[in-house]
Design a protein around this ligand. Structure first.
Ligand code: ADP
Length: 365
């Protein structure tokens, strides 16, 4: 099965005529000698959920804050629904940008009940309109009966759902979420994450979701933008960025990845220490490497095999076996929990890519 696919998912017909919810061109932000955001260009289509993932300090929050208008770029242009809000001819203040924000910290007003927290962002509407919209968004987040509760009377997950309702209430052009589940404990986190996606889909919102969690980025996003050192390194569907990363950085940002030197055999095959596999690799060069993730490699017990099991990590549903290859390189193989191979066993390693393998130029030593 090939995982090659267009970088952007096809848009629904009614979206094709709409301008992107967000369009960034050449955005730069410096703090002294640090370039926090370095010439970033990206767009978020109407109704799309784009996740922005990258290590701490790579510039994600700075980018989000500039879209919201909480910080001014040093260069570039920002358009929201086709309207310039920052650039050579525009500088629209945050309150006029039609942007909703949800942060990781609890930002509800402690002295206001749920109703008043949500109504806060609905200035300029009649009492009846406010009451109706508050009821609507509370239904959306399934907290319809919580109108009179105060923030301290809510669980962490409920508080985040109220924060989401408050951000959605004015029907913003784009909703910006910055690590919204970071403060929730792991069990609650996956539950609230599922609920949040359902809510965002029902609302048809255009969303930029910032996270440093690769699984969160891939499971939530229609597309994933991988950021490193102020730059967007790759944007694509979760499958594309995971299976077809264009750099070692992107590969490693989205999960465990090993790189083994390869030789091209010239017959549509490539050869490496972990075996041979088919590849339509068009790269030429004398130093190239194949990316191998733990599920891309398997082994069979073979007393004449050149690999050796040197580590075993039981993970419940599967087992990660660390195997040492003759060169001394080590990689981990993900095998079913039903396998039971003792430490020290000699094994023959085989590549088991279910998709076109990724071959990249070797990293300079
Ligand atoms: P991320 O959200 O990916 O963790 P940030 O956008 O918060 O990263 O930060 C990017 C870089 O910019 C970091 O090096 C950080 O220290 C720096 N930075 C962010 N905000 C400021 C600020 N207000 N003043 C100085 N440096 C900042």
């Amino acid at each position: 099965m090939s995982t090659r696919e267009p970088l952007a998912p096809p848009r629904a017909p009614d979206q094709q005529t709409q301008p992107p919810a967000v369009e960034l061109n050449g955005i730069v932000k410096r703090f002294g000698s640090t370039t926090a955001v370095d010439n970033v260009a990206l767009s978020i289509e109407s109704g799309e959920l784009l996740t922005l993932v990258g290590p701490s300090g790579c510039g994600k929050s700075t980018l989000l804050r500039m879209i919201a208008g909480l910080m001014q770029p040093d260069a570039g242009e920002i358009l929201l629904a086709g309207r310039p809000v920052f650039g050579p001819s525009a500088s629209v203040p945050p309150e006029d940008r039609s942007v909703g924000l949800v942060f990781q910290e609890n930002t509800l007003f402690p002295h206001l009940n749920v109703r008043d927290n949500i109504a806060f962002g609905l200035k300029g509407k009649s009492r009846r309109q406010v009451a109706s919209r508050v009821a609507e968004v509370l239904e959306l987040v399934e907290l319809g009966s919580f109108l009179k509760r105060f923030p301290h009377e809510l669980s962490g997950g409920e508080r985040q759902r109220v924060a989401l309702a408050r951000a959605l209430a004015p029907e913003p052009t784009v909703l910006l979420l910055d690590e919204p589940f970071a403060n929730l404990d792991p069990n609650l986190r996956s539950q609230v994450r599922g609920q949040t996606v359902e809510i965002l889909r029902r609302a048809g919102a255009s969303v930029l979701f910032v996270t440093h969690d690769q699984l969160e980025a891939m499971s939530l996003g229609d597309r994933v933008a991988v950021m490193g050192s102020g730059r967007v390194e790759q944007i694509g569907s979760p499958k594309t960025v995971f299976h077809l990363p264009t750099s070692r950085f992107v590969a490693a940002s989205l999960g465990e990845a090993y790189f083994l030197p390869v030789t091209l055999c010239g017959n549509g095959q490539i050869d490496c220490e972990a075996g041979r596999c088919a590849s339509d690799c068009q790269l030429t060069g004398d130093r190239m490497e194949i990316m191998v993730r733990p599920h891309d490699v398997t082994f069979r017990v073979d007393p004449a095999g050149s690999g050796r099991v040197v580590g075993i990590e039981f993970q419940g549903a599967h087992i990660l076996y660390q195997v040492q290859l003759p060169s001394g390189r080590r990689l981990r193989c993900q095998l079913p929990h039903t396998t039971d191979v003792p430490l020290g066993t000699a094994v023959a390693v085989q590549l088991a890519h279910g998709h076109e393998p990724v071959v990249l130029p070797a990293r300079a030593e």
